[in-house]
Design a protein around this ligand. Sequence first.
Ligand SMILES: Cc1cc2nc3c(=O)[nH]c(=O)nc-3n(C[C@H](O)[C@H](O)[C@H](O)COP(=O)(O)OP(=O)(O)OC[C@H]3O[C@@H](n4cnc5c(N)ncnc54)[C@H](O)[C@@H]3O)c2cc1C
Length: 457
Amino acid sequence: MIGSAVAALRAALGSERARDDIATRALYARDDSAQSCMPVAVLFPHSHIEVQAIVRLARRHGLPLVPRGAGSGNVGGALPVPGSAVISFECMSRILDYRPEDRTITVESGCITAQIDACASSDGLCYPPDPGSSQYCRIGGNLAMNAGGPHALKYGVTRDYVLGLRAVTGTGETLVTGARTSKGVVGYDLTRLLVGSEGTLALITEATLRLIPRPQSRALLRAAFRDGHTACQAVSRIMTRRVTPSAVEFMDSHALAAVRQMGAAQELPPDTQALLMVEMDGDAGGIPEQVAVLSGALQGDGLLQLEEAQDAEQIALLWMARKALSPATKAMAPLKINEDVVVPVSRLPDLLSFIDLLAREEQIRIVSFGHAGNGNLHVNFLVRPEEMDKARAALERLLRQVLLLGGTMSGEHGIGSAKREFVPLELDPVSLALQGNIRKLFDPDRILNPGKLFPDP
Ligand SMILES: Cc1cc2nc3c(=O)[nH]c(=O)nc-3n(C[C@H](O)[C@H](O)[C@H](O)COP(=O)(O)OP(=O)(O)OC[C@H]3O[C@@H](n4cnc5c(N)ncnc54)[C@H](O)[C@@H]3O)c2cc1C
């Protein structure tokens, strides 16, 4: 069965673009999660029409398809399941239509995210969503996960910039959603339904994205705190002011130690246990007032030092260190469970207290950092292989507590295969059943990314 499916795909695409040699299969057997599984083949379509042909053949042969961008996802979203083929969008990476006068850009789904922003920058425009992986992740992966980034606080996430999509459903039909205009209200919003659907409803082949003017200037404040609680209380104070920072990033003492090893955030007071990076942007003339307002908000209990980065080089060094934290924590232990829970900003101190309690009671090393302005923390459990059961139990305790605090279990990384068993903790049976029915409409034979996002029915 699988053999005939692969043979049919090879006949349709050619042997270079439908590969089943062991080296290629091994290369696509993993993503940035700790798991791996060999696919039976890896497919490299070059066009929407080829994607459609692949889905139709796969459906006829009952072959599950696992869409893949760059494989930088941390929850096993692009991880093959047994007997599946990976469909990689890396050969569909063209910018199809760039219209600065309409502030739109239409790209193929394999386009690297940073290239979209680079193209827009030539006309003083920008594509704001900036996941830490933006130099290598692909827009199709961002769309499927509704990726965010540090600037989501002011600029929103991927979903906020998508005007329309072209995609192939699980039945092999072409689906065009949305409009190419900045307004449009006809019919249900299938664009927003596909964004964040983790490749389970349709394979996205093209996207029309909204662009905005590029901010002229930026400034960055570095605030050292006595402990995580007082740092998070400062974040709540910031949220009550009339200035929206472009980013508010938090680092606990362990994350801070890693950042210092990278040469950034030196010369902090010795008793610093938490750090906030508060960035603001806009017209050059308005920056001093923003700095004054946000500096005022940062003043308060626990503040040990407040400094403004002096130049673009210092700003870049701090961001470089912040963005390197994710890979750096990976190197700190044999295994890392990387969570990205979100709570209302006012509940961040409660979340930190719980994380401290969890680390003590479960005897697990936990490093936390992230987008505090969104209440979104990356809680990293650093463990040895023999501690995995303990870590999974601790993870469930963390997710339950996050929900009690009025939060959600994932702010940007998604569910993938890693967290799907926990989804019923957050979604009620009515919502789960409706979503299951929606999935059936798009993909009645469940060939698109099975084993992801929801527990098996
Ligand atoms: C160092 C590092 C930093 C990161 N920082 C962030 C961050 O700040 N914010 C954030 O949100 N994430 C972050 N991530 C996670 C990851 O980069 C994002 O989830 C990203 O959106 C994945 O893009 P990708 O191209 O690698 O997709 P993949 O990992 O290949 O796939 C992700 C999901 O999308 C599906 N998919 C891919 N292409 C398509 C398509 N064309 N149609 C339908 N489904 C598709 C896959 O099946 C999978 O379910 C980070 C990861 C790393 C390693």
